[in-house]
Write a protein that binds this ligand. Sequence first.
Ligand code: BEZ
Length: 250
Amino acid sequence: MTVQRWDADLYDSRHDFVASLGGGLLDLLAAAPGERVLDAGCGTGDLTAALAEAGAEVVGVDASAEMVARGRARFPHLDLRVGDLRDPGSVGTGFDAVLSNAVLHWIPDADAAAATLAGALRPGGRLVAELGGRGNVAVIDRGARGLRAALGLPDAPDPWYFPGIADYAAVLERAGLEVTSARLFDRPTRLTGDDGLAAWVRMFGGHLLTGVTDPDTFLADLAVRLRPELHRDGSWWADYRRLRITAVRP
Ligand code: BEZ
């Protein structure tokens, strides 16, 4: 798995939509006061804090020490831990519910992550997860790879896993969960600033810049290529597609 390094300041200042758009997951989870909830891939802690606010006893786990450090600074009262979602020992057991927003697409070993999440739940516990679904950011990905090819650069690695409904339902079922709902939907996401596309690629698509000697020029050329498809109403829009899925542990 590619090791993704995160700039937690940039994440919070330019990409806070990750947490705010994930807010609908909280309604779906409907955590009751006193429930033990795992926020799997907690980032800098926004949704963990919202769960705690709702009265849940919440543990947040994230693979990035930078994100967890930032989350602890923002929310000193929260239990935020560095951990690998492929490792059941990182997260603990006996949770009433698991929430996961915008992280599972960074873990190509989906079976290992699903086994960890299933193992974290008590029998009867529920999972609410959202990740990039099949076709997510395909315009950005295709545009960057096309530009690389035009410049004579080799194809870039692909650290992302964007499954369809059937694929991911099968993953969860193999982990012993029962899938209760799944939806794949477009959710174009506004990127702030004139350099919104470039900032997004720098933050999340660093692999697309592998071997690029002049990233500023590359990103300027990419913006020219993608403007007709992704710039409208005065803003850049990332072509997000979400897979939102719920399951229970029998
Ligand atoms: C997403 O949330 O869909 C996503 C974020 C960063 C990179 C790729 C996908």
